[in-house]
Design a protein around this ligand. Sequence first.
Ligand code: CTP
Length: 210
Amino acid sequence: MGNQSIVIGITGGTGSGKTSVSRSIIEYFSGKSILMIEQDAYYKDQSHLSFEERLNTNYDHPFAFDTDRFIKDIKALQSGEAIKKPVYDYANHTRSAETIHQESQDVIIVEGILVLADERLRDLMDIKVYVDTDDDIRIIRRMLRDIKERGRTIESVIEQYTTVVKPMHNQFIEPTKKYADVIIPEGGENKVAIDLLQTKVSHFFQNKEG
Ligand code: CTP
């Protein structure tokens, strides 16, 4: 595979478990040259908007992301350069002022709801994964997480899910399943599928080292 890094795209709806799948791989290869880059970090900067306007933004539409910067950063990492990764602040609905210095690694995991929605992103990927989890499980997980970690109320989660998240999922996220090389039912719980992905990545490291 040459000297370039390999890029693994991991997508799926909100609460599908794509973060768990990505973390399982990262943890399995801890100490190896591997990194994860979240599409969420590339939500557009909204600091010029009022809090009310930011609250009303559709965060499940491809337009919500600064995809040009995301692509630029993945390409830089792929060719061995470091990047300044943006940091997203969920409680304030905007990009925070800080950035994180990220060195390139041999394996790059790209994770997010719409990473397979843009052809330019898909073209950068060596392996494309869709984590496929039932809608009821996803909404329950999202509700618990958003209340605990993202400063939301139960009412706001239900309102956002029914008016925005669900229709956008059906329109933009679910249709990207057809681009996946691998579809993983029940995300982080699917040990067999995670094991297969780890084997694939192990082979890549062996080729690189040997
Ligand atoms: N989102 C939000 N408010 C923002 C920005 C994003 O509520 N200011 C929501 C979007 O509605 C989108 C979700 O964040 O649906 C994307 O994150 P999600 O996929 O739920 O989280 P991950 O941890 O990446 O994924 P998973 O639950 O599958 O592990």
